[in-house]
Design a protein around this ligand. Structure first.
Ligand code: SF4
Length: 455
């Protein structure tokens, strides 16, 4: 493919574009382009947007990684390169398909960001820099939702719609987690190879159609009923004669651990070597963001109290109450969604965030004060150990800062506890020794399970 980038005109116009073309916009009348991260989660997010009248598509993924690599220096995080390749590839293919009628202003590119020390907050700026070099693509706005305001969507959809969209998006994200957990619980024990994937693909399609039709009315009962039926049917796929396998928990960086193309299908690989796998959830991250905001509000409240600053104190008290209500609502909905499946099938429940924090042993191992996904990965791994998993895999982009911290803490800790642990970092290259490493890890996990069964 021929791509013809130009140099951006001036730094002043660039500064304008960073403000005007990366932000929250009313997306009405334009097609929202969503990167494919978690196959289930991204599709249900797109269905949630469509439920509110925003035409949304999940872009094909990993088909144009060469472009992501060509227009970056090689020092960026791998997910930044993958998603850049996805947006450039999508626009280039659309331009070819539509010819003269192609107008990039018909689209909005969705690239969320995170607050804090991580480079994830810079992906959309980096993508802006690259897209600005293409005369045909430079006018595409980049839409973000940020952890800094708990993924608020007030700038995207008008008034009340925004609040209701956020509610629906949260529930459908948890539904995505549960659908994935159903797949991972059933697939290693299926009667016929391929049965689970075939059934769950139909189930996802049915769920997307329902979300699209009933989402705006927030008909959660209909969504719950369908999820219950899916779990009940999925259970019939399990061959009860097949013995339970070693259970492996995956932690790590959210994009890499949920994007099968980037992680070279690590879940399927582990299953091939006789594992039952549970990946950390999407809900965990969003609940963590809400919990972090709550901690910040508590800090502000304490400081205002010490200064006897009554107006800040009143504001912090209001925010504190809103934050408590939001977290309680999220926990209530999350439990409701999991219950629909748990009535039929013993999928792995999610770790509540305060429990994850407790696993850090009063900040001895790590602290939420530092933040980043390292806190979740360390606490989450110890949660898996607590739940009698037989091994932990840390999946992350090569050079990822929080995952490297998690590795430094977890490796000696789990070694001491005799729990098999392995790092799996990815940058798009094929490592010839990966298969051997995973096989060896699974051998250790099988031994761990055998020892546990005997005890
Ligand atoms: S979590 Fe890792 S991969 Fe993601 S932005 Fe931070 S350093 Fe990069």
């Amino acid at each position: 493919m021929e791509m013809s980038p130009h140099k951006p005109k001036s730094s002043a116009s660039f500064a304008d574009r960073m403000v005007n073309k990366v932000g929250q916009f009313d997306v009405a009348g334009r097609t929202l382009l969503i990167p494919d991260m978690s196959p289930t989660g991204s599709r249900l997010l797109a269905a949630s947007f469509r439920a509110f009248g925003v035409p949304s598509v999940v872009m094909p993924t990993y088909t144009h990684l060469h472009l992501g690599k060509e227009f970056t220096s090689g020092k960026e995080c791998f997910p930044c390169q993958v998603t850049l390749g996805d947006i450039l590839g999508f626009l280039e293919e659309e331009k070819k398909r539509q010819g003269d009628s192609f107008n990039v202003s018909d689209y909005v590119y969705f690239m969320p960001e995170a607050d804090g020390p991580c480079r994830f907050g810079m992906y959309n700026k980096m993508h802006r820099l690259v897209l600005d070099r293409f005369p045909d693509f430079k006018d595409i706005p980049i839409l973000y939702m940020s952890t800094s305001d708990g993924y608020a969507s007030t700038g995207i959809l008008p008034g009340e719609k925004s609040k209701y969209f956020r509610r629906l998006a949260y529930v459908t994200m948890i539904v995505a987690d549960v659908l994935d957990r159903i797949t991972w619980r059933v697939r290693p024990y299926e009667r016929e190879p391929g049965q689970t994937d075939a059934y769950m693909a139909t189930a996802l399609q049915e769920m997307m159609e329902l979300v699209e039709k009933r989402g705006e009315a927030r008909d959660f009962d209909a969504i719950y009923a369908l999820l219950g039926r899916i779990a009940a049917h999925a259970k019939t796929i399990i061959d009860p004669a097949k013995p339970r396998k070693p259970r492996i928990g995956i932690i790590g960086e959210i994009y890499l651990r949920t994007h099968p193309e980037s992680n070279q299908n690590i879940i399927a690989e582990l299953e091939r070597f006789d594992a039952e796998v549970v990946d950390a959830s999407l809900g965990e991250w969003v609940n963590y963001v809400a919990f972090e905001q709550y901690r910040e509000i508590c800090k502000d409240w304490k400081q205002a109290w010490q200064r006897k600053d009554m107006s800040t104190l009143a504001d912090a008290t209001r925010k504190w109450a809103e934050s408590r209500i939001e977290m309680a609502w999220q926990g209530w909905r999350q439990n409701q969604v999991y219950e629909q499946a748990l009535k039929h099938l013993d999928i792995q429940a999610d770790h509540p965030i305060p429990d994850v924090e407790k696993k850090l042993d009063n900040d001895r191992l790590f602290t939420f004060d530092i933040g980043t996904e390292a806190a979740l990965s360390i606490g989450g791994a110890l949660g898996f150990v607590h739940d009698n998993f037989d091994g932990v895999v840390n999946v992350y982009p090569f050079t990822c800062m929080p995952s490297t911290i998690a590795s430094a803490v977890l490796k000696p800790l789990l070694l001491k506890q005799n729990v098999p642990y392995i790092d799996a970092s990815y940058d798009g290259a094929i490592q010839p020794n990966r298969e051997v490493a995973l096989r060896t890890f699974m051998y250790q996990a099988a031994q761990h399970k055998a020892a546990r069964d005997e005890a």
